[in-house]
Structure formats: C-alpha cells, structure tokens
Ligand binder design. Structure first.
Ligand code: MG
Length: 498
C-alpha cells in the first residue's frame, strides 16, 4: 500500500501540474488566437499564475515530504517521483523571490530592447540589457550551486544532470568533423535544384496537407490540435497537446518540416503513461530528449527518401504545381547543405555549427572570458572560422536569436544534443527493426512509434537523460552516430565520399 506521505506528495504535485497546464494554455492562446487588446490582461494573468505556481512548488510541506521520503525505501518509479519533485523544489527554493521578480522585469525589458536593436540593427540598444541579464544569470548559478563550472547550474535546468564538461566532450570532437563535412560538400561544387520546393503553394492547401501529415504520423487529434503561429511550437500535456505551424506561400519546406518537427514533439507528450499522469513520470526528461523526438521525425524519417516515396503522390494530389517532380529531385531539394547565417534556416550539417558557436560564447561570457561588448566581433570571427561566412550586420549575426533576451542561457546545447540522440536512437532501432526503411516507404509508422513509446516516451523522468539514452540504445551519448548518419546520407545525395 502507498505510503500516506507519498499520496499527499502526489496530491500537492498534481495541483502544481494543473497550474502549470493553465499557464501553458494561456501562453498558447497568446501566440495563436488572443486579440491584441487582451495583452495587458494576459500579462497580469501570467504573472499572477506564475506567482501561484512558485508558491505551490516551494510549499514547505513539499520540502518536508521529499526530505522524509528521500530516505525511505521505495520502488523504482516512486523513488524517481520523489527525486524529481525534490529537484524541482530545490531549484525553485534556491532563488529568492526578489531575484525571481528582478529577472522577470529585466528579461521583459530585455526582449523589448532586443526587438528594437534588431529592427535598427544596433547592438548598443541591447547591450546594457544583456549585461544586466548576464549578471543575473551569474547570480542564479551561485544561488543554485554547481560543483564544477557556473554554466552547469544553468544547463541543468534544461538538460538535468548534465555538466558542461560532458557537452564539451561531445562537441569538441563533433566540431572538426562537421566543419570537414560541410567544407567537402561545398567544395564538391554540386548544388541541388531548389525549384521543386519553391513553386508557389496556396496557404489553404498547405494547411490541409499539414493536417494530413500530422495524422499520417499518428498525432492523436482527440488529444491535441494543430494551429498557426509566427514561430512554431509545441505545448501541453499527454491529454491535450497543442502544436503550431506557419506557412510560406513561396517555400513548401517551412510548413512541412515545422509540422513534422512539432508532431515529433507532440508524439512524445502523447506517449507518456496514463497511470503516471500528473507526476514527473509523465513529463519530458530533458529538452535534449524532447528535441531528439522532433528531429527523429523531421529529419531521420521526414527528410528520407523512403518517406517521400510514400508521401510524394499525396503531396502531388494536394498541390497541382508539383506535377512532374521526381522523387530524387524532391529528396535532393529538401536536403541542400549550404553554410548560411541564420540558425533556424540551416541544414542538418551546418545547424550544429550554429549551436556550437552559441555554446562557446555563452560559456565564455559566463566565465568572464568574453565581455558583452565583444560579442559581435567574437560571433563574426567564429562564423568565418566554422562556416566560412561573415554576417553583414548584427541582425543577421548575434542579434538573431531571442534566447538571451529571455534569460535562456544553457538552452542552446539541447538542440544539438537532440540531433545526436536522434541518430543514436535510429541506429539502435535499426537493430530491432531492420525493415525500418520499407516500413517508412509503405507508411507503416506504428511499429516505429511503438519502439519510441516503450523505450523513451513511457519512461518520463524515470531515469536521468544520459541513463535513459544508455538504456534505450545500449550506449552512452556519443557523437559518432550522428556523424556516421550524416556521412552516409550526404555521400549518397551529393555523390561524393564523405
Ligand atoms: Mg523543437
């Protein structure tokens, strides 16, 4: 029988989860349907609910219960529930309320300044804000604590239990290999034809096709919705997942791959176990693992030839302009590798170089090795060094991402970790499902989804991310799987040996 203290802890935590769900719905509404006149009220609602959330998760009763239960002998699942609630409690109580408010104010002003700086291409507008945010992040690291480097305290919020030295180890061997692959592709002089995906596509037709795509990939519309927003995202819970996409009438790739990406995130959420709902065992273990699910469906499945062998006929039915496009042509057009300035528009090879640059700058900033003043020049030097291109201005350079203005430092590495995990998961899956390609080519995605459900989704936060990957794939996170995946895939597409 359940320990009464555990029952009480779960009860308190389910309240916290419901508050969190309400905040996320308010924010989904703000990005999709909210009329602009509601903006002030929404800010008020968000700050009130956030304060309630903070109060509930730092409730001393939770602290007392996790303290007592932390020493009790519990089954694996329940001890993970206690461990993870204790983690959340500890992190939130480490930050004084005055600090939380200061951070909220500075990041709200920071985002506003960042938008202005971008519009005017003037880094000096954002600079004093970023300096203050950086100081606050340094203080946050001190409050939270770390055993090795201050960056660890920030990273831990997004990729629990991971240290910057683990990221360093993965990224430092990745860097040279990616630079080499990108350089050899660009030196091949081969440039696939982009026209099969830039032929003009009516919004209404794209919307219909995107719904069809999500359904085909087993997104459960009884427990979720697909809507439109300026920047695609996923939010929600196992029972109600909201995803969004956006449409570019000139370029089909935008909506199609955003939809597949967000569907991948949604499948993770919809795949948590029902019996552990409203506990940490039905929550994402980390942003890296979350991103591995979106990248798996977007790139490993969605940018593969077998996938379009299955989907191209349906794509042609939706879009009359696609008549006559051949599978090979289409496959090459959605896999063009080209160094570019903007992270969110980059390909599978160069994307991670954008992330490595941000990780290097963030860690250096936090350790005082790079001042905010120096960011534009350091940024441009790194782009020249890794990608062979120099941003013509800061809007296309160090001002392109919203993250730092929101106080999100330590977040960027999770994008590349997601890519690395996705390839490692695929390699492990191939051992169990050797007919992977033919399943994809015939639209049978359920065996693939079930593999992910069993080994990743249903586990929630049962194990720390590194252990989860190890158990699911048979080895600890390793960049070689991703590098091998890229070499094989792009050797075939570019007809060169990478
Ligand atoms: Mg994502």
């Amino acid at each position: 029988m359940d320990d009464a203290r555990l029952v009480r802890l779960k009860e308190l935590y389910s309240d916290v989860s419901y508050i969190d769900q309400a905040i996320s719905l308010l924010s989904w509404d703000q990005e999709t349907y909210m009329p602009s006149g509601a903006v002030m009220d929404r800010a008020g609602q968000m700050s009130t609910f956030s304060a309630i959330y903070h109060r509930r998760i730092t409730d001393p009763e939770i602290g007392k219960l996790v303290g007592e239960l932390g020493n009790a002998a519990l089954p694996e699942g329940e001890s993970a529930i206690v461990r993870e609630i204790a983690r959340a409690y500890k992190r939130k109580t480490a930050l004084p309320e005055s600090f939380v408010k200061e951070m909220a104010t500075e990041t709200s002003l920071g985002q506003h300044a960042w938008q202005g700086a971008r519009a005017k291409d003037d880094f000096s507008i954002f600079k004093p804000h970023l300096e203050r945010i950086l100081e606050l992040k340094k203080r946050e690291a001190e409050y939270v604590g770390y055993s090795d480097r201050p960056y660890d305290a920030l990273l831990d919020d997004f990729e629990p239990y991971m240290r910057s030295r683990d990221v360093d180890a993965l990224f430092s061997s990745l860097r040279g290999k990616l630079v080499d692959i990108a350089r050899r592709i660009s030196e091949s002089g081969i440039q696939p034809d982009e026209s099969p995906v830039t032929r003009g596509y009516k919004k209404e037709l794209q919307e219909r096709f995107c719904l069809h795509l999500a359904k085909t990939l087993n997104f459960d519309f009884e427990r979720g919705r697909l809507d439109i927003s300026a920047h695609p995202f996923t939010s929600g819970t196992r029972r109600d997942v909201r995803i969004t996409t956006r449409f570019d009438e000139k370029d089909l790739r935008n909506s199609v791959f955003s939809t597949i990406h967000e569907t991948g995130h949604a499948l993770y959420e919809q795949g948590y176990s029902e019996e552990n709902y409203l506990t940490p065992l039905a929550e994402a273990v980390s942003l890296g693992v979350h991103e591995s699910q979106s990248r798996f469906w977007e790139n490993i499945v969605g940018r593969s030839k077998p996938f379009w062998k299955f989907m191209l006929p349906s794509l042609k039915k939706h879009f009359p302009t696609m008549k006559g496009v051949k599978l090979d042509q289409f496959h090459s057009a959605i896999n063009i590798v080209k160094p570019s300035l903007i992270r969110t528009e980059s390909d599978e090879v160069t994307y991670n170089l954008h992330i490595l640059i941000r990780f290097e700058i963030e860690t250096a900033m936090l350790e005082g090795k790079v001042s905010v003043d120096e960011i534009p020049s350091v940024w441009n030097e790194k782009y020249e060094k890794y990608l062979g291109i120099t941003p013509p201005n800061n809007t296309k350079g160090c001002l392109q991402d919203i993250h730092w203005s929101m106080g999100l430092m330590g977040y960027f590495p999770t994008y590349t970790l997601g890519n690395l995990y996705s390839a490692q998961i695929h390699a492990a899956m191939l051992k169990d499902i050797p007919e992977f390609d033919s399943l994809v080519a015939s639209g049978q995605f359920m065996p693939i989804l079930n593999w992910l459900r069993e080994r990743i989704h249903r586990k929630g936060k049962l194990y720390p991310p590194r252990e989860l990957i190890q158990r699911a794939t048979g080895s600890a996170p390793d960049e070689e799987f991703y590098v091998n995946y890229l070499r094989k895939k792009f050797s075939e597409i570019y007809g060169i040996s990478l």
